[in-house]
Structures are given as C-alpha cells and as structure tokens.
Write a protein that binds this ligand. Structure first.
Ligand SMILES: *[C@@H]1O[C@H](CO)[C@@H](O)[C@H](O)[C@H]1NC(C)=O
Ligand SMILES: *[C@@H]1O[C@H](CO)[C@@H](O)[C@H](O)[C@H]1NC(C)=O
Ligand SMILES: *[C@@H]1O[C@H](CO)[C@@H](O)[C@H](O)[C@H]1NC(C)=O
Ligand SMILES: *[C@@H]1O[C@H](CO)[C@@H](O)[C@H](O)[C@H]1NC(C)=O
Ligand SMILES: *[C@@H]1O[C@H](CO)[C@@H](O)[C@H](O)[C@H]1NC(C)=O
Ligand SMILES: *[C@@H]1O[C@H](CO)[C@@H](O)[C@H](O)[C@H]1NC(C)=O
Ligand SMILES: *[C@@H]1O[C@H](CO)[C@@H](O)[C@H](O)[C@H]1NC(C)=O
Ligand SMILES: *[C@@H]1O[C@H](CO)[C@@H](O)[C@H](O)[C@H]1NC(C)=O
Length: 382
C-alpha cells in the first residue's frame, strides 16, 4: 500500500514536472531554433512556421516565407490561407465529400464547393498543437485528433511533427498512428515561399523565380474545382505545366500563354498553378524540386519521401494580408495575387477515391501501422 502510494506520488510528480517542463515561447510568442546559415521560428497554432531566415547572395539574412508579425493574429486572420502549417488528417481534396473503406461509404464535410478541403472546418491547421520537445536546433509538436472530430473520419489519430535545422537545411519529419481503426491519413507541410522576401523593386510577383522539377514531367488533370479527374497527363516541353524539360525554367514562363489564366480552374478565375506533379523514378534522396530567385540569389532544394508535390501559386491571395516587417520595401505592401508559391510534398490528392493509382494503401492507416513523412529544404545561393 505504502509502496503503491509512493509510486502514485512519484508518477504525479513526474506528470506535473512534465507539464511544467513544457517549454515557453520567446517574448514574441515564437519558438526559435538555429543552425549555421539558417534560423526558423514557429508557433503552436497549426504547428506553423512563421519565419525562415537564410542567406542571400550578399550573405545577408532574408526571411523567405510568408507570415504575420503578430503571432496572436494567426487564429484571427479572416482570410486564413493555411499559412505554413500542417493540415490534416487528410490534406487536399476528397472528391464529393465521400470515400469508401472496407465496403462502407463515409461522408465528409463539403467546405470547398463540391468537395472536402483539408478535412473540413476542424482541420489541424486551425488547432493549437502541443510542444513536446525543444532544443536549440529542433522542435516537436504533437496532436491527438479524436474520432470524427473532422466529420466522417473515424478513429483517434496521434501525430507529431519534428522540425530541425542543420547547416542551411530545414528538416521536417512527421509520424502518426491510428490505434483504434482504419482511417484516411495523409499529411503535408504547407509553406508559402517568396525567395525575394518581397524586396524586388521590379516585381512583387512570384513569376521572377525559377522552378525545376527534374522528375516531374507528369501531372494530374484537374477539374474546375481543382479536383483530380483521374487522368495523368504529360507536359510537353515548354508548355504551361512544364517544369521538367530544363533547369531554371522561369516560373512565369507561361504568363502570356493562352490558358494560363484559368490553368488552375474556377472557370478561368484561377491563374497559374494549383495542381499536383508526380515525382517519377527519382533516386533516393535526390533533389526533386529547385525553387530559386535570380534577384535574391536564394536557391531552395527539396528532398522528400513523397511521390509528388502540389504547386499552388497563390492565385487566391486577395491583396489584404499584410507582409511581415522582415519583408518588403515599405510597410504598405500586401500579399498580392500570384506573389508566392506553396510547394507541398504529399501523396496523390484524392487517392482514396482512385484505386487505379495504387495509392490507397499509402493513404489509409490503421491499428498496428505507422504513417511516416519526411522532407527537407536545403538553401544555398545561385
Ligand atoms: C479549417 O478550419 C477553419 C476553422 O473552422 C475554417 O475557417 C477553414 O475554412 C478550414 N479550412 C479549410 C481549407 O476549409
Ligand atoms: C495536448 O496534451 C494534452 C495533455 O496530454 C491533451 O489533453 C491535449 O488534447 C493535447 N492537445 C492536442 C492538440 O492534441
Ligand atoms: C460525426 O460528426 C458529425 C458532426 O460533425 C455528426 O453529425 C455525426 O453524427 C457524427 N457521427 C458519429 C457516428 O458520431
Ligand atoms: C555546410 O554547407 C556548406 C554548403 O553546402 C558546406 O560547404 C559545408 O561544408 C557544410 N558544413 C558542415 C559543417 O556540414
Ligand atoms: C458541382 O456540382 C454541380 C452538380 O453536379 C455541378 O453542376 C458543378 O459544375 C460542380 N462544380 C464544380 C466547380 O465542379
Ligand atoms: C509577357 O508579356 C509582357 C508584356 O508584353 C512582357 O513584358 C513579358 O516579358 C512577357 N513574359 C513572358 C514570359 O513572355
Ligand atoms: C511601397 O512599395 C510598393 C512596391 O514597390 C510601391 O508600389 C509603393 O509605391 C511603395 N509605397 C511607398 C509609400 O513608398
Ligand atoms: C497501378 O498498378 C497497376 C498494376 O501493377 C499498373 O498497371 C498501373 O500502371 C498502376 N497505376 C499507376 C498510376 O501507377
């Protein structure tokens, strides 16, 4: 009895010690980690990256991702574009808000026209995650997602993301389990880049960057609602969706081509890119995407375990979001349409509804299984 009591006291002390050990952010509400050539800052809301400083061609620090100065503004932002966060438990779209698993059809929330986007309105990018570990060069966030907390997705999911830095490289590792029952589970890290930090006096738009997807000739055809139709297309050299035929393809190479406005649907209202490019036959640890800007001289190389990337060129940014004080030429600038790009390593969107793609097994996780995701961005100069 005494031993049991002592044990209880010990466990309680350990639990409360753990509770009080939860690291506190800095005065600016952010957690900051460092490594040579790179500094990153995060908030628990959405497990969000708020600032990422790397070196430009003059060796100066430049903040290459979008965000807000005020950490407390993220949850209040009315136009919330999933800024640099982790959406979940199933990213991107679920066609017509339904999927079938083991013969049973489930209905999810329609929050994006005819489809479900980022699991609906209780998505992970709008929740306050727990900080579970912190060091000078690494931070881990955790989330426990209750069954059906996003409508139509059953069984608890426990997930974590570890962000760490080494020598000009940002590493992202996620893992998750679904101990109760099988569920759709597919994650991404949704960071928006402008490698000029909005400081190019010639243009705030993203079209001055270059993009190379050396293994990305093929892409998924999508309908007007950005939902894949099922068809896999191949981009002809120099066509609108070609970023594979040569290194340093100007990201805006197609801005004047017929079809560029409307290339991402919405009956012509979505200009540029909001689609999925497959990564075919890439050797392990190969660089699968290089985004660069001649103006700042910053180059960003993506490596990932994922079979493709979403490219979204910020067509829906409406010019109301402010830019950070670390960015821009003056404080009046806003985030304009087509002034950033999200490059999201992930599995095939809506793969749970396309058995012909053979991605179903990768997108469903159940008891005894573990979901893993890893990417890194290495920064250098041109
Ligand atoms: C995610 O949830 C928030 C909060 O409920 C909601 O405002 C937002 O529209 C959702 N995101 C998407 C992409 O639907
Ligand atoms: C954070 O941890 C607490 C204590 O374990 C838990 O109750 C809470 O649900 C966790 N928050 C999230 C977002 O998972
Ligand atoms: C799942 O959640 C929705 C609300 O989001 C609710 O209407 C439905 O009854 C729930 N289903 C079950 C089986 O609990
Ligand atoms: C850091 O990266 C630079 C550029 O890639 C390289 O020259 C240098 O040797 C690296 N340093 C360490 C400690 O790995
Ligand atoms: C949504 O579904 C309706 C009815 O099937 C259809 O008329 C409409 O074109 C769809 N919208 C989009 C954007 O696909
Ligand atoms: C697109 O057209 C504008 C205006 O004529 C021109 O300045 C620009 O160089 C063109 N861009 C490309 C990539 O062709
Ligand atoms: C701020 O910068 C923008 C973009 O270069 C420019 O259009 C605007 O005139 C500048 N405003 C002021 C007050 O300098
Ligand atoms: C799926 O697997 C089948 C059988 O191996 C193969 O024929 C088909 O090409 C695969 N589909 C894709 C999209 O890789």
């Amino acid at each position: 009895m005494r031993i049991a009591l002592a044990l209880l006291v010990m466990l309680a002390e350990e639990a409360s010690a753990r509770f009080y050990d939860i690291p506190k952010p800095g005065a600016d509400g952010r957690y900051t980690i460092f490594a040579p050539g790179i500094k990153a800052q995060f908030i628990p809301y959405g497990a969000t990256l708020t600032n990422l400083f790397v070196k430009d061609k003059n060796g100066k620090d430049i903040d290459v991702v979008l965000g807000y100065d005020d950490a407390a503004y993220y949850p209040k932002d009315p136009g919330h574009p999933v800024y640099n966060s982790i959406p979940g438990r199933y990213v991107n779209r679920i066609g017509k808000g339904q999927y079938t698993l083991d013969g049973k059809t489930y209905h999810t929330e329609l929050n994006d026209g005819n489809n479900t986007l980022h699991s609906g309105t209780n998505n992970w990018s709008y929740r306050v995650w727990n900080v579970t570990a912190l060091s000078d060069d690494s931070i881990t966030f955790g989330i426990s997602d209750a069954s059906n907390s996003s409508m139509g997705m059953f069984g608890r999911v426990d997930a974590s993301v570890t962000y760490s830095l080494t020598n000009s490289t940002w590493h992202i590792k996620m893992s998750a389990t679904a101990p109760d029952q099988k569920t759709p589970l597919m994650l991404t890290q949704h960071t928006y880049f402008n490698l000029d930090a909005y400081k190019n006096p010639a243009t705030p738009l993203i079209w001055d960057h270059t993009l190379y997807l050396p293994y990305g000739k093929r892409y998924l055809e999508a309908d007007q609602g950005a939902l894949p139709t099922g068809k896999i297309l191949t981009a002809a050299p120099n066509s609108i969706n070609d970023f594979a035929s040569k290194p340093n393809m100007p990201f805006g190479h197609a801005v004047n081509m017929t079809g560029f406005k409307g290339n991402c649907g919405a009956d012509g209202a979505c200009e540029g890119y909001n689609g999925y490019w497959l990564i075919d036959d890439a050797p392990k640890d190969a660089v699968v995407a290089t985004l660069a800007s001649p103006f700042s001289g910053v180059r960003a190389d993506l490596r990932t375990t994922q079979p493709g990337v979403v490219l979204y060129s910020c067509s829906w940014m409406d010019g109301t979001a402010p830019i950070k004080s670390t960015q821009g030429l003056n404080s009046t600038q806003k985030v304009l349409k087509s002034s950033c790009v999200a490059i999201e390593a992930q599995d095939y969107p809506d793969g749970i509804n396309h058995p012909e793609w053979n991605r179903t097994a990768a997108q469903i996780t159940g008891p005894g299984q573990k979901y893993d995701w890893a990417s890194s961005w290495t920064f250098g100069t041109l």
